[in-house]
Design a binder for this molecule. Structure first.
Ligand code: FE2
Ligand code: FE2
Length: 168
């Protein structure tokens, strides 16, 4: 693929992915404000942006086999844990931006767990098996991720209660 088109696809993938997330948040807000039709409109547009982002990623050949995808996912999580979030946290700290620092910290702590789970899964897939991963719980308030039969009584990152965990 020619360089400029590749860069344009990456930019379009990033933009559509962000629009997907933004419209989803706008949809929830409209729902909470008692505007279900606006919520539905945002939800539909959010889904369309997801379709566009997925198409761009496909043209970029960004989805490989599962073993390769786990490797790519691990590389992304490792970059976030080792370079990106530590630098972002240091900058937020220097600028006394407390809310940003907390948001970065919560994300970074969850990425460590994601990396561990992906690593285990990759070993299994490379050995020709599916991963032996039980229920995975995600705190809906902060994204804390944990594997186990039950979620913790309280989120260790944001102190949310047990019933805030979503099961996967
Ligand atoms: Fe992650
Ligand atoms: Fe949490």
């Amino acid at each position: 693929m020619k360089k400029m088109t590749e860069e344009n696809l990456k930019a379009a993938f990033a933009g559509e992915s962000q629009a997907h997330m933004k419209y989803l948040a706008f949809s929830r807000k409209a729902e909470a404000e008692g505007k279900p039709n606006v919520a539905r409109l945002f939800a539909a547009a959010s889904y369309a942006e997801q379709v566009h982002a997925t198409a761009h990623l496909r043209v970029l050949k960004g989805v490989g086999g599962t073993a390769d995808n786990l490797g790519a996912a691990m590389a992304g999580e490792a970059f976030e844990v080792e370079e990106m979030y530590p630098a972002y946290i240091a900058a937020a700290d220097a600028q006394e931006e407390k809310a940003a620092k907390t948001a970065f910290h919560r994300a970074m702590d969850a990425e460590v767990v994601h990396h561990q789970l992906y690593s285990r899964a990759k070993q299994a897939v490379e050995a020709g098996r599916d991963a032996e991963i039980g229920p995975v719980w995600v705190c809906e308030a902060c994204g804390h991720t944990v594997e186990g039969t039950e979620p913790p009584d309280q989120c260790p990152l944001c102190q949310a209660r047990k019933d805030k965990y979503v099961r996967f």
